[in-house]
Design a protein around this ligand. Sequence first.
Ligand code: ZN
Ligand code: ZN
Length: 228
Amino acid sequence: MLVDAGDGISHALMNSRINFETINGILFSHLHPDHFSGLPALIVQMKMMNRNKPLDIFIHESLKAVVEEFLLRSYLLPKRMEFEIHYKTFADDERFIITEEFSFLARKNSHLGNLEKFKDKYPSLSLYSASFLFEAWNKKVIYTSDVGSEDDLLLFREYVPDIFISEATHISPLAIINKIIIINPCKKVYLTHYSDEDIPAISEILANLPSDLKEKVKLAIDDLSLEI
Ligand SMILES: [Zn+2]
Ligand SMILES: [Zn+2]
């Protein structure tokens, strides 16, 4: 499963030598371009590679029609495709079981809350943005995706994750560290979704952590693979 497919995803996957055929499904947290707009180009690449197995798109129920229409308007017509796209809609706070061993739970965070004031003008707009808890082979991974406030990091507070992956753009590294102390994941914390200019400041904060936290909290980098 690929989680989010922002602008440039096809190149990023190729750079990491990830075979597109190994992607069975794509799960979207929200529709900001850096999480979503790479989808049509990725599907075109899959077509060019003669894919014929279906692709699942996991999307919140309020966003399915938007994604479907977006692909249609990108001229990715189902009747002309060699492979099928299966939309799998999920509801907020309802566990979605993919296989016996693999499931996810999405909870709405406040990332798009600053747009609520435009709801009157654009009533059809869905402001759903999710953070995820993944459970696979009894291991738990929390992925915040984009958040709106530091309290969003505690959306799954009743779970102790093995790995906690937090974005580091809409929330300060120090706020993340404070919440990590509460969440207390068993293994590792990875910070992602940061810009290159932020690396020196974040690295300095991480370098000055007490040694138990310093071992735990790492900056995510391209091609990183995790063992749980
Ligand atoms: Zn976003
Ligand atoms: Zn983002």
